[in-house]
Design a protein around this ligand. Structure first.
Ligand code: UTP
Length: 279
């Protein structure tokens, strides 16, 4: 039995990956803690969840990721040092995050893929629909609601899993999960097929899934029955295909920008974008 009528209260952040594309920086620092300007990627993700009225954060970490837990906690020594000085404002944003949210953690012991990381989060999520943010996809919508807020509004209408999609150059299809389906309203597609990292000639469209999902909790059982796919990893795309075949996955062409901060090019682009925005 699932509880698809419940409000989205929790956001899962899979953050256990190795971040090999950012070595050597990610040897001792989690990729999710790399800063764009002064703020770690994961904090942007958490702030996006808060903007969508989601205040329970569930983080899937792994070995060498303890900095994440320390970041979302009080540092008494630091508080003591800068309290009452001109530098205190540097802590304003993170203090607000810590005050307004709860954080819980679980570890993915073996990095068996994004689907597997999401399944590890079941213990923190339970039997309710939930959001997923991949913090290395940094999203910003200057003109209105955050990408996650947009998706939650859509969830309230359709009550099924939702994936955020973006048009990509077809030559890049082998970096993404790619969907096919039927448009049911402007920017909303009922998904009929999805393929993880297809070669351009096999891609069912140029619509790629980015790191924002709303998932219904039946996904946990489906992942358990999903065999390792592309790259020998348990892929969330393969699990979602089971839901899609039942007509229970919506793809949403979101409003806003997305930076792939898991790649050096995307990271530099995001840095320039946020630097110019704050000037
Ligand atoms: P990526 O495909 O970007 O993998 O994962 P990665 O290991 O982090 O980075 P590279 O490719 O080695 O540079 C997408 C998201 O899924 C999480 C990652 O932390 C990232 O947020 N992930 C991936 C897990 O949590 N566990 C996994 O086993 C795989």
């Amino acid at each position: 039995m699932s509880n698809n009528n419940m409000k989205i209260r929790k956001c899962l952040f899979p953050a256990a990956g190795y971040g090999t594309r950012f070595l050597p920086a990610t040897k001792a620092i989690p990729k999710e803690m790399l800063p764009v300007l002064t703020k770690p990627l994961l904090q942007y993700g958490v702030e996006e969840a808060i903007s969508a009225q989601v205040e329970t954060m569930a983080i899937v970490t792994g070995r060498g990721k303890r900095a994440i837990e320390d970041h979302f906690d009080i540092s008494y020594e630091l508080e003591h040092q800068i309290k009452g000085t001109s530098k205190e404002h540097y802590l304003t944003e993170i203090r607000e995050v810590i005050t307004n949210c709860t954080f819980s953690y679980t570890r993915q012991i073996e990095m068996k893929g994004l689907g597997h990381a999401i399944a590890c989060g079941e213990t923190l999520i339970g039997n309710e629909p939930f959001a997923v943010i991949l913090a290395d996809d940094l999203c910003d919508n200057e003109d209105g609601d955050s990408v996650l807020s947009q998706m939650i509004s859509l969830y309230e209408k359709y009550k099924c899993s939702i994936v955020a999609v973006e048009e990509i150059p077809i030559k890049d299809s082998n970096k993404y999960g790619v969907i096919a389906g039927e448009t049911i309203e402007e920017n909303v597609i009922r998904v009929t097929n999805m393929v993880e990292k297809p070669e351009p000639e096999d891609a069912p469209s140029n619509l790629a899934i980015i790191g924002r999902y709303i998932l219904t909790p039946d996904i946990f059982e489906i992942i358990k029955d999903t065999k390792a796919g592309r790259g020998g990893e348990i892929q969330i795309t393969d699990a979602l295909l089971t839901q899609a075949k039942q007509g229970k996955v919506i793809a949403y062409k979101f409003k806003g920008k997305r930076f792939d901060c898991g790649s050096v090019d995307g990271f530099v682009e995001a840095t320039n974008y946020f630097y110019n925005k704050q000037k």
